[in-house]
Design a protein around this ligand. Structure first.
Ligand SMILES: [Zn+2]
Length: 398
């Protein structure tokens, strides 16, 4: 039996106490006769580690020489930039993904859902690279992997076949999708490459996988596919296994329209992910949660061809969400942390880490006073603990 006592820590800023980890879980008391390892917390603030519900490790240039971006308009131009960057980077995708995912883990990410592009330009190298990185980080960060048709299933010949290969590879947990009514609309080409949603739902059903679909389209062009996704999810009995990322069309709703859409999603068991890009695109996650919709927070692209920003630090992402929402009250700041901690855990089907007995021993220690202050100050993570084991110190994996 492995018993580790993290002595003198302050869970959520409460009075100092010990956190006792036995076989990966927190317990109330040290089991009699157990051999105990003691780690001094020196009165540090303890907070649960976080879940990155939407990240693209295959696209990153993190740790590479600086990449200067050119102007780009529309998804097709950004996608061309992805291919150009991937070809220019000297480091293989598996190594780049490992570097970024290790950095995320050292900043307190306990699990992530990673999207990796599947397209003729890369074959399956993206998912193979991210899967290889995930294997190396087993026991440190749990990784779900989405085969993401960033180049479009309908508009790019060969993607549907590669998605089928990815689905059968055993490497992915989810099939992705992108803007089925906009960027990847069938445009009357039914019978050529078919329509995207039929293809991706068909693969998910055939291989017993989940779905995680990027939906940037706004207004009715975003809401109509959402209704379609909900209907297909119910028809195939995929409730609880389908997520929609971004959902900017939902972010723009309020009042009765928002509630009706939330009810539709809740009934179909569809979750959403938001990346806190701006006040107009962040999902109203508190209202959605009240109506029974699970919402997770994610990094999205990190220092890739789309954007020089992002750092895969989920505490910083909670800061961004709070900034985007103009959070001021403690409960508003805490809600931004909770969407990253509990929302993400629920989305990935992980037990909530709440630092109480019975909770997974997943937490991070930092110099800080309380949760709202940590969201604002984003202190350095001095110690990161996964399943009762110290996995990182001072921002680096041990
Ligand atoms: Zn994305």
């Amino acid at each position: 039996m492995t018993v580790t006592v993290f002595h003198n820590v302050r869970p959520f800023g409460e009075q100092p106490r010990d956190l006792i980890a036995v076989d990966g879980e927190l317990v109330a008391e040290i089991p009699p006769g157990a051999e105990v390892e003691r780690i001094d917390g020196a009165g540090r603030l303890a907070l649960p580690t976080l879940v990155d519900a939407h990240i693209h490790p295959d696209k990153t240039s993190w740790g590479e020489p600086w990449h200067s971006r050119r102007p780009a308009h529309g998804i097709a131009e950004y996608v061309a930039g992805d291919v150009e960057l991937a070809r220019a980077l000297p480091t293989p995708v598996g190594e780049r993904a490992l570097r970024l995912m290790s950095h995320a883990a050292a900043r307190g990410t306990r699990a992530m859902r990673a999207h990796a592009d599947v397209a003729p330009a890369y074959g399956l190298s993206g998912i193979e690279g991210v899967a290889e990185a995930a294997r190396k980080l087993a026991g440190i960060v749990d990784v779900e992997l989405v085969a993401f048709p960033q180049h479009g299933v309908v508009r790019t010949p060969g993607v549907a076949e590669l998605l089928a290969e990815a689905a059968a590879s055993g490497l992915v947990t989810h099939i992705g999708g992108i803007d089925p009514a906009g960027f990847d609309a069938d445009g009357g080409r039914e019978g050529d490459n078919g329509d995207q949603l039929s293809t991706v739902f068909g693969l998910a059903e055939k291989h017993g996988l989940g779905l995680d679909i990027h939906l940037h389209d706004r207004g009715e062009q975003g809401l109509a596919p959402l209704r379609d996704i909900a209907a297909r999810t119910r028809a195939l009995g995929l409730q609880g296994r389908v997520n929609v990322g971004h959902a900017f069309a939902v972010a723009a709703l309020s009042g009765r329209e928002l509630d009706e859409t939330a009810d539709l999603l809740a009934e179909a068991g569809i979750s959403l992910t938001t990346v806190a890009l701006s006040v107009t695109t962040i999902l109203p996650f508190a209202r959605l949660a009240e109506r029974g919709v699970t919402v997770g927070l994610g990094s999205d692209g990190v220092r890739d061809s789309w954007s020089p920003f992002g750092d895969a630090d989920m505490l910083h992402r909670a800061w961004l969400a709070a900034w985007a929402l103009d959070a001021r009250l403690d409960e508003e700041l805490e809600a931004c942390f909770r969407v990253a901690a509990d929302g993400g855990a629920e989305l990935l089907g992980l037990p909530e880490a709440d630092l109480r007995p019975g909770s997974p021993a997943d937490f991070m220690l930092m110099d800080g006073e309380c949760l709202p202050q940590a969201v604002v100050d984003v202190p350095r993570r001095d110690l990161v603990v996964r399943a009762g084991r110290v996995v990182a110190r001072d921002g680096r994996l041990v």
